[in-house]
Design a protein around this ligand. Structure first.
Ligand code: HPA
Length: 278
């Protein structure tokens, strides 16, 4: 299917979701990455919609990823949670991978928060660190907006200098400090996976200035930004890579899930206070 037809089909998905929810106004969309789906528990008065029931949603699933949409509130804020996302390594078109951003756009949601599990490329990063993404590198040649044209776009081009919204980052950093921890801010590199990186690739990423590496998020955040949303993205560092010529442990999906489970409590408290206070 052409990218344009894919995004048009998501308008129908959004219409279905809208028909299942009572309140049409939503303040924030949050996408939960690997091992982070427990977050659904902190929403008040939740309504659950299985991805399987939503028209035009892909039918694929990955271990450790939830597979449902949860609508609920935190204080007076209305939240739409995507518990589980879709990945390029699953064989889906890159435009499809950005589905949470498209649904948020069609539902007029003004803010978009992406969370994910990431590898620590920066040698100062530690397993369990909760980091903010301040910028990204996308060397894949893949772009979720290739071939997409909306009626109100004069051209396909767009600025990315404040893609990871500085104000949102500053506001969440303040909450973290109030809770007694500091958050690193790093540059994340998007690679398609499904392999974890080779030692040579890690050295290349370090040379390029990347601090983190992941297999998701960038297709969504690029799309959400182009569609006019304010974007924030956070990574849980689930594994770190050794320095050049030093030996380190092998990376596994199990390790990734264990690390996110440990860090998820910290993320919940942070997000809850941030959402309540902003
Ligand atoms: N590489 C890519 N994606 C990841 C990693 C990694 O090391 N860890 C968690 N997601």
């Amino acid at each position: 299917m052409h990218a344009q037809d894919i995004v048009t089909s998501f308008a129908e998905s959004a219409k279905y979701i809208q028909s299942r929810l009572l309140s049409p106004t939503i303040d924030l969309a949050i996408v939960l990455g690997s091992g982070l789906s427990d977050f659904t528990q902190i929403l008040e008065n939740p309504t659950f919609i299985s991805y399987q029931d939503i028209p035009n949603f892909p039918k694929t699933q990955v271990e450790g990823h939830g597979h449902q949409l949860v609508y609920g509130s935190i204080g007076d804020k209305k939240i739409l949670l995507f518990s589980g996302r879709f990945h390029y390594y699953q064989g889906l078109p890159i435009t499809t991978v950005a589905i949470p951003a498209w649904i948020s756009y069609y539902m007029n949601i003004p803010r978009y928060v992406a969370t994910n599990a990431a590898g620590g490329v920066n040698v100062n990063y530690q397993v369990g660190d909760l980091t903010l993404i301040k910028d990204h590198i996308n060397p894949t040649g893949l772009n979720p907006l290739r071939g997409v044209q909306l009626d109100n776009w004069q051209n396909p081009f767009f600025d990315t200098s404040n893609l990871y919204n500085e104000r949102l980052r500053e506001s969440i950093l303040k909450v973290a400090i109030a809770q007694g921890f500091s958050m690193k801010q790093g540059t994340s590199c998007f690679l398609p996976g499904p392999n974890f990186e080779t030692p040579a690739e890690i050295e290349m990423l370090r040379t390029l200035g990347a601090d983190l590496v992941g297999m998701s998020t960038v297709p969504e955040t690029l799309t959400a930004h182009k569609l006019g949303m304010k974007v924030l993205a956070m990574s849980v560092v689930t594994n770190v890579y050794p320095k050049k010529n030093e030996s380190g442990q092998q990376v596994s999906h199990q390790e990734v899930l264990e690390a996110t489970t440990l860090a998820s409590k910290k993320l919940h408290t942070l997000m809850k206070d941030w959402i309540t206070l902003w």
